[in-house]
Design a protein around this ligand. Structure first.
Ligand SMILES: [Zn+2]
Length: 826
């Protein structure tokens, strides 16, 4: 049955050549029938270039960025000749319609539809569909372009796509093998889903940590489309999934956005019903976590949707699935082409209404909180400003000395004293709803069964004190940052230690061979007080540095680092600079485990952190090579989250422990703690819940899934108690808000240091099931256990998760450079 349909499709494509002699079909261009091979990224790009060159009046191609592996990122603007001649006016009219640009639009009858393909590299049918969709829009569905501008991103994630396609091409049999056990259906670690740094780009829209996202957001915000579709694939046994989405919906989603999703879904259903194709709606993919390709556009006013075809990295060119059906790439791309065209069709039919309803979304006069006020460390405020700029969200400085409202630090009503540095983000701006989503203390959850984390509130993630105010707080234009003083000749220079900027400053000094000290005790000198962790650079330590003062000035300026000069090694309150409590920082040699057993996401976040944030060298070691590598070349070994059962056998565990006893440091993150909990020689232990809701086990079959949520924590924010005197916590206050991703709980360490722990199970934001919550009291968040001269450092919560929890990152840097600081040279 389905083979017959495919035959029809191919026949149909061929007949449409007659319609437009100068427009090549994808199959003609590629030299094979589309879907019978995977096209490499450059072939997809070349097809778009060829079509743009053949029909310049209707297709405009724009390179908007490039990937880490230097592949180009392209957008195609596709519309009628008349619209294309008027493209900039259409864009400006749309922004005027939202209030982002001032003035009244001259017309609002063009729909703007943005189709994003292949965000997950191994969901590879969608870039094939992008080519066929472009072709069909220019030929048999040309009518739709009269009142729509279609923006096509044929591949959001070229590095991931080519990783998948190249692997498949070198692995697959000819003809392809439909046996699901064949190697061509099993991608090796890390798979093609993620980008170069192994980030999931469909979790990155809001945090914009990746170069692809940053480039895309610049164009997205210039256009603000009415509809955005993110094309995906799910397992090969699943049918097709399209809108309407599942609960929970975030409360800011308007009735119109809900209704129109249903209209779109019904339009798709019409085509699927006609062919007898299976599909489902309203289950599984919800609209809550704001960093997806469906939610982000939704919170920016669009109808944001995820379409999921059965297939995925397992499916290859063809696979016999568990329902006895041979699912082919041709079939997968046909479905995606159908929904893409159906989306443009319904947008075209409702273009004026889409514009009218889109404009209404940008009225933000009814939001409960009018202003969010944030204060704290200047570096942290600056990194927040950078994030807001990426989304073109406006902010100002607060006026006055005190604000009141919801106090994030206490989790209740309260006041906060402020100075002129305090930042205000108002909700009465066009992107006010996104402001609400990012900043509100606790997003309202209509259903606890969700696909992702339920908390992300910005003040907690950035470590800032904040107030959410129901009345608009007075504010004025941002004050300029003061210029840094140039350093003069002195005995030494002291830098505060409290932010990632400070960490980057240290990393660069070490890379320039500076000798840098840090203090384990507070001291004062020249009338200034310095906290634990402050960095000290003395002239005496750095005689070997050529042009010392000049170089230090340059590095300090580059990192906006305001250093304090001290004129003597004698401190007013000790320690003195020569004290044993003021320690030389070793230029640590750091390695990280990668490959089978490790979580590619966790590994990728560490890789990205070192290369793109800290700018400090990192050696990646494959777990397959663990038995042969010489650990003595490194001071620190980071174990990303993962399952190390087969990696850490008895011999390897002994090797690791021997290395630690001799002075090595292991930093184990999240799931990596399982390798040590309850094991011989470790005081790390699981804490298990005894609570049982249904001792007789009589919960009905249909209620089991919901009952299970009692045991879940789906990304919730807790306040931890911090031992500020421990080097791992230098730069932090005595409390720290942590994002807990799951319900795993570890008892406090009997021997060792409990650097951050939970003794308050109040949930500040997000969802935590009651059984999981009961088990969290007095549990470990961050700790250190010594073994011989070395240490195991445990991070039960992963501060690098998706790289957006800015305030957790210094714990990792401290662990590397300050904890159990063995300044031995390798
Ligand atoms: Zn996907």
């Amino acid at each position: 049955m389905r083979r017959f349909i495919l035959f029809l499709l191919v026949a149909f494509s061929t007949s449409s050549i007659i319609l437009s002699q100068n427009i090549q079909t994808p199959s003609e261009f590629l030299g094979y029938d589309i879907g019978t091979q995977f096209s490499r990224h450059h072939q997809v790009v070349d097809y778009f270039k060829t079509i743009a060159a053949a029909t310049p009046q209707q297709v405009k191609l724009e390179q908007y960025g490039s990937t880490n592996e230097r592949r180009p990122l392209y957008l195609a603007y596709v519309s009628s000749e008349a619209n294309m001649a008027n493209l900039e006016t259409i864009r400006e009219n749309n922004l005027k319609n939202t209030g982002i640009l001032s003035g009244s639009p001259t017309s609002t009858d063009i729909a703007i539809v943005w189709l994003s393909y292949n965000v997950h590299g191994n969901e590879a049918s969608s870039s094939e569909a992008a080519m066929l969709t472009l072709y069909k829009l220019l030929t048999e569905r040309k009518d739709l372009l009269e009142n729509t501008v279609v923006i096509i991103d044929p591949c959001i994630n070229p590095d991931g796509r080519d990783r998948y396609v190249n692997w498949y091409n070198e692995t697959a049999s000819q003809p392809y093998d439909i046996d699901k056990q064949a190697s061509e259906h099993h991608e090796p670690w890390p798979g093609g889903r993620a980008n170069h740094y192994l980030f999931d780009l469909n979790r990155d829209w809001l945090w914009a940590t990746q170069t692809e996202t940053n480039a895309r957001l610049q164009v997205y915000n210039k256009w603000m489309p009415h509809i955005h579709v993110d094309f995906h694939e799910q397992g090969p046994n699943e049918p097709y999934y399209f809108a309407p989405a599942a609960e929970p919906f975030h409360e800011i989603i308007s009735d119109w956005q809900r209704d129109f999703q249903t209209q779109i879904g019904k339009n798709h259903a019409k085509y699927f019903d006609a062919e007898g194709w299976l599909f489902f709606t309203r289950e599984r993919f919800d609209l809550f976590y704001p960093s997806y390709g469906d939610t982000y556009p939704t919170y920016m006013g669009a109808i944001g949707m995820t379409y999921e075809q059965g297939g995925h990295g397992m499916a290859g060119l063809g696979i016999l699935n568990d329902e006895g059906h041979v699912l082919t790439l041709v079939e997968r791309l046909t479905h995606h082409t159908t929904t893409g065209l159906s989306t443009v069709e319904i947008a075209s039919k409702n273009a004026t209404q889409l514009n009218n309803e889109f404009a209404k979304f940008f009225d933000n006069s009814n939001l409960k909180y009018k202003s969010y006020v944030l204060k704290g460390n200047e570096d942290k405020l600056n990194s927040l400003k950078k994030l807001l700029n990426k989304h073109e969200i406006q902010f100002e400085n607060a006026n006055g000395t005190k604000v009141s409202g919801y106090n994030y630090t206490n989790g209740g009503q309260g006041n906060m004293t402020i100075n002129s540095n305090a930042l205000v983000v108002h909700t009465n701006q066009p992107k006010g709803k996104m402001v609400k989503v990012m900043f509100e203390p606790n997003a309202k959850l209509s259903d606890s069964l969700t696909y992702d984390i339920t908390a992300w509130s910005i003040p907690y993630a950035y470590g800032l004190d904040a107030i959410a105010s129901t009345s608009q707080v007075n504010s004025s234009k941002l004050s300029e940052r003061k210029a840094l003083q140039v350093l003069n000749d002195a005995y030494g220079y002291v830098s505060k230690w409290s932010s990632m900027d400070d960490a980057q400053f240290l990393a660069e000094l070490l890379e320039h061979n500076f000798k840098v000290r840090f203090t384990e005790k507070p001291f004062s000198s020249n009338g200034s007080n310095f906290e634990r962790g402050s960095l000290i650079i003395t002239k005496g330590d750095n005689r070997h540095v050529v042009d010392f003062l000049n170089t230090l000035n340059k590095i300090a300026q580059k990192h906006s680092q305001a250093l304090t000069q001290i004129n003597s090694g004698f401190s007013q309150t000790f320690p003195d600079i020569g004290s044993p409590d003021v320690k030389l920082i070793n230029r640590q040699k750091v390695a990280v485990l990668s490959g089978e057993g490790t979580s590619s996401l966790s590994y990728g976040a560490i890789w990205h952190f070192f290369e793109q944030q800290l700018h400090y060298p990192l050696t990646s070691i494959d777990t397959d090579d663990f038995s042969s590598i010489n650990l003595n070349k490194y001071n620190v070994l980071i174990m990303p989250s993962g399952y190390y059962g087969s990696v850490l056998n008895d011999d390897h565990m002994k090797k690791l422990k021997d290395w630690v006893r001799a002075g090595g440091k292991v930093i184990a993150i999240d799931g990596a703690l399982r390798s040590f909990a309850g094991k011989d020689g470790f005081s790390l232990k699981y804490k298990t819940s005894e609570a049982e809701d249904d001792p007789d086990n009589l919960t009905a079959y249909a209620d089991r899934e919901r009952e299970y949520t009692n045991q879940l924590i789906t990304g919730a924010i807790f306040k931890t108690s911090v031992d500020r005197t421990h080097p791992m916590a230098f730069g932090y206050d005595d409390s720290y808000f942590s994002l807990k991703l799951g319900s795993s709980a570890y008892s406090l360490l009997d021997s060792g240091y409990n650097v951050a722990h939970l003794n308050d199970t109040k949930v500040y934001s997000g969802f935590a099931g009651k059984d999981a919550l009961n088990n969290l009291d007095k549990t470990l968040v961050f700790g250190e256990e010594r073994m011989g001269s070395g240490s195991f450092i445990f991070m039960a919560d992963n501060p690098l998760f998706r790289s957006f929890w800015e305030n957790g990152k210094l714990f990792l840097v401290n662990s590397i450079f300050f904890v159990n600081n063995n300044a031995y040279e390798l």
